[in-house]
Design a protein around this ligand. Structure first.
Ligand code: AMP
Length: 284
């Protein structure tokens, strides 16, 4: 009882060194929930954190802007950094440990490469961003090995990422349970993203057509329209003002499908608003 009370008021710990975190967690009892992030935390991240706190004895959040998942010319250098605010959010949410490593502590020049499976990682998000998912899987594998969590929490917003991580954990026989979490949206439907702050007022309005397109597809399905071709046409027409990267419908294994099947399909959109790339999706 006393221990429980102590846990509730215990101060949040911050680790920067992987080795020190590994030494600390080695002796912990109970389940560990892990929420990997790149920081600039918003309500989407917070929902993952809340799920982890609900399910586990201890919650660890990592904040690491992973350089290997950015391609040359992407927004690595200007990616939003809000470390002090992030720490406060984590502390108020009841996070036990925040892990904030430097690049040097995570990467070395001589290390084996993790390669995402081509046929699932070089489509959709990976088509315009080849090697992006190699970087994602590399860092997630490193973080899972450092933290050795019971469960790790990922948003359905990054559906392809979630699929590739689940696939990696299964294929490499990792012990962790991957917990998919629902997409958190603004009241008007825009999916929360750290990159939304790049949008001007006007661009934000334009970006709404992404989530609106998913709603239109939903409505069409309620009227028995399940042909991918027709659904994609409806969505593309609603996003004429955007620089569409892809509008695709896949099954849960990320194979393209000609028809939507209930409880088995995902509609995915990737589009640019100005210089900002946004993604959104709908799990049918
Ligand atoms: P990031 O910091 O962008 O790498 O995201 C960290 C985690 O938060 C990933 O698992 C994302 O899928 C998840 N996430 C980001 N935005 C949202 C959102 N709007 N709703 C739910 N999860 C999200």
């Amino acid at each position: 009882m006393l221990l429980l009370f102590y846990n509730k008021v215990a101060k949040m710990k911050i680790f920067e060194n992987p080795k020190e975190l590994m030494d600390y967690t080695k002796n912990l009892k109970g389940s560990i929930g892990f929420v990997p992030t790149m920081g600039a935390l918003h309500a989407g991240h917070l929902s993952l954190i809340k799920n982890s706190i609900r399910d586990n004895d201890l919650t660890i959040v990592s904040i690491f802007i992973n350089p290997t998942q950015f391609l040359p010319g992407e927004d690595l250098d200007k990616y939003p950094r809000k470390l002090e605010a992030d720490k406060k959010i984590c502390s108020l949410a009841g996070v036990d440990i925040v892990f904030i490593p430097t690049r040097e502590k995570i990467y070395s020049n001589t290390e084996p490469k993790v390669l995402a499976p081509n046929q699932k990682a070089y489509i959709l998000e990976g088509l315009k961003r080849p090697t992006h998912f190699d970087g994602v899987l590399t860092v997630v594998l490193k973080l899972l090995n450092i933290i050795n969590p019971t469960r790790a929490y990922f948003g359905k917003k990054d559906a392809q990422q979630l699929y590739l991580i689940q696939n990696m954990c299964r294929s490499l026989f990792l012990h962790v349970e991957i917990v998919p979490c629902e997409i958190v949206r603004e009241d008007d439907g825009l999916a929360l993203s750290s990159r939304n702050i790049y949008l001007s007022k006007e661009q934000r309005k334009e970006a709404l057509n992404i989530s609106k397109s998913l709603k239109l597809a939903s409505k069409a399905m309620m009227k028995d329209e399940f042909e991918s071709k027709n659904l994609k046409k409806i969505m593309r027409e609603n996003m004429k003002n955007l620089d569409i990267d892809y509008v695709e419908i896949v099954d849960r294994d990320f194979n393209r499908v000609d028809k939507v099947t209930l409880k088995q399909s995902i509609i995915l959109i990737g589009a640019k608003v100005g210089d900002t790339r946004l993604i959104d999706n709908l799990w049918i």
